[in-house]
Structures are given as structure tokens and as C-alpha cells.
Design a protein around this ligand. Sequence first.
Ligand code: AP5
Length: 222
Amino acid sequence: NKPEPLKVMISGAPASGKGTQCQLITKKYGLVHIAAGDLLRAEISSGSEMGKQAKEYMEKGQLVPNEIVVMMVKERLSQPDSQENGWLLDGYPRSLSQATALQEFGFQPDIFILLEVPEDNLVERVVGRRLDPVTGRIYHLKYSPPETEEIASRLTQRFDDTEEKVKLRLQTHHQNVESVLSMFEGVTVKVNGNVSKEEVFAQIDSALTQLLEQKQATLGSM
Ligand code: AP5
């Protein structure tokens, strides 16, 4: 018998390293990575009316209304691959109402990971971030530079990755983080995100391994 697949939420301030850790987690654990921000950016790229509306809020560093976000995330979580392989939800929920909505649909995480990084470092991380449109990999000009000239020449920047906009995103984060945390107190694991990405992953890896062992043990005793 196989234990139930892992259900993981990862949260933290803008640029705290959620996306970077999700790439490492999916590689090892095979979970389906569902990032609210990525779903919204895909909607913007599609040119849809919903994407246009979402972009107005993202430009201001504000939360996109629940009417757009909640269904988008719920749909993705309900897909067979997420149900079979387990899921890794990144950047959702960001408010109490988003957390409650998901609970009402029956989605409960086994673990809620919170990445902690001092505010001073977040602005530097945002301004130096670059993305590879071909592989989807996340780089940083100083902390995670591209491996080759070819990659370096094709890197792009996100429209909300400016110092001014990240300050607005941080404000929104501070307004909501406590209420979201209060919903997941029993399953929250705080991780020091202010060390190298490998060291951050080591902390997460150990928490997830422990969780899998517990699931296996519970199954064995049934
Ligand atoms: P979203 O795309 O989720 O952005 P965010 O939360 O601001 O987070 P980021 O993607 O900026 O950062 P990250 O934590 O993934 O960091 P990364 O790994 O890239 O949301 C964007 C917008 O969409 C929101 O503002 C909102 O408007 C809207 N939205 C999204 N979700 C929503 C929701 N649920 N409801 C309503 N609206 C929503 O790392 C950052 C940089 O640091 C990279 O360059 C990386 O290389 C570097 N780095 C990573 N780890 C380390 C390390 N350990 N040491 C040094 N550098 C590191």
C-alpha cells in the first residue's frame, strides 16, 4: 500500500525564495507545483479579459480579487495529476478568505512552510532576479548567475520586479500574513530562508522526509 501523496503549502514574503525552493522540491518529490502568480501571468499572456484585470492589481502590488484567483487554483488542484502525485501550492492562500475558500472545497495541507528572510535582503533579491523563458529557471545576477553566455543573453525580468513595486508587494504581504498563519498553526514549519538555496532546501527536505515517514508509519499500523 502506498501512503497518501504529500500536500504542501509554501509561503513567505515576495522574493523570499518560494519559486526557487519549489523547483528543488518538485525535482526530488515529484509533486505538482501550482503557483498562483504563474497561473496569473499565464492568464495575462493569453490576452484574456481576466488577465487584463489581474494585471492591474499586480502592477500595484495588490492581491488580485478572489473571483479570479480562487477558482483558478481550485481547478488546478482538482486535476488528476495533483491528486495522484500530491501538490505543492505556492503563493496561495494570501488572505484569510482564500484559506477558508480552499478549506471549504476540502483541500487541507499536511504542512505549511514559511520562509523567513529579513526585509533588507528581499529588495536586492527582487531587483537582481532574472528568468529563463526557455527552461523556466529562476536566476539572480549575483546569487545564482546564469551558467552560459547563451542563457545570459535571453534572460527576462518580471514587470513587477522593481524596487518601488516590491515595496508595495511587501506591504500587502504584511497586511495578510498573520491571519493566514493563524489558520495553519498546527502544521506550520518556519524555515530560515536567509542562507544559501541548498541550505534552505536541506531544512525543507528534512521536514518533508519526516512527514513521509509518519504517513508510512500510520499506514503500517492500520
Ligand atoms: P508571485 O508571483 O507569487 O510573487 P511573490 O509572492 O512576490 O513572490 P516572488 O515570485 O516574487 O518570489 P519567490 O518567493 O518565488 O522568490 P524566488 O524564488 O523567485 O505574485 C505576484 C503577484 O501576483 C502578487 O503581487 C499579486 O498581485 C498576485 N498574486 C499572486 N498570488 C495571489 C493570490 N493568492 N491572491 C491574489 N493575488 C495573487 O527568488 C527571488 C530571487 O532571489 C531570485 O533571483 C533567486 O535566484 C534569489 N534567491 C532565491 N533563494 C535565494 C537564497 N537562498 N539566497 C540568495 N538568493 C536567493
